[in-house]
Design a protein around this ligand. Structure first.
Ligand code: 5GP
Length: 139
């Protein structure tokens, strides 16, 4: 049995699909955080961004790039928060990569993405240099 999102791709369960191409599909979130809350997924099932092949990642971003203005305009939003919960510890519940496009409105009471951190750590300059080197060497 595939993920709930694979079942949407296969047409086994209904969804309000707003865009579809060969590689990706976008549909309204069933429990929207705002009107127009949309999910963009690759049709193939990959659990995390880290698992997505380069060509699919390119297509996925192209769909996100296309959908962000479409979603904002459709609900007359002032802005949007665009994010992935990438892995269970980051809050990912459905193990099938999905990008949230959440329309935002002036005074909606929501916060910035910085709100994900419990308490921001105090990291020394030396450690920041080491971390930057570690990331750069893997990029
Ligand atoms: P996550 O926490 O994994 O980043 O987000 C999963 C999202 O999928 C949630 O916002 C949830 O409302 C949405 N979702 C879960 N099941 C369904 C479903 O069957 N249909 C649709 N359209 N959205 C779903």
């Amino acid at each position: 049995m595939g993920t709930i999102f694979t079942q949407i791709v296969e047409g086994e369960i209904p969804a309000r699909i707003v865009y579809e191409d060969e590689t990706t599909v976008a549909f309204l979130d069933a429990n929207p955080l705002a009107p127009g809350h949309t999910l963009v997924i690759p049709k193939e099932e990959y659990e995390r961004l880290n698992d997505v092949p380069d060509d699919v990642a390119t297509e996925l971003y192209a769909t996100i790039h296309r959908l962000v203005p479409a979603v904002e305009e459709a609900v007359d939003a002032d802005a949007s928060t665009v994010a992935f919960n990438n892995g269970e510890e980051a809050g990912q519940e459905v193990p099938h990569v999905h990008c949230h496009i959440v329309p935002r409105f002036e005074g909606d009471g929501g916060g910035p993405i910085h709100g994900i951190a419990g308490e921001a750590p105090d990291i020394a300059d030396d450690e920041l240099d080491d971390i930057a080197d570690e990331i750069e060497s893997r990029s």
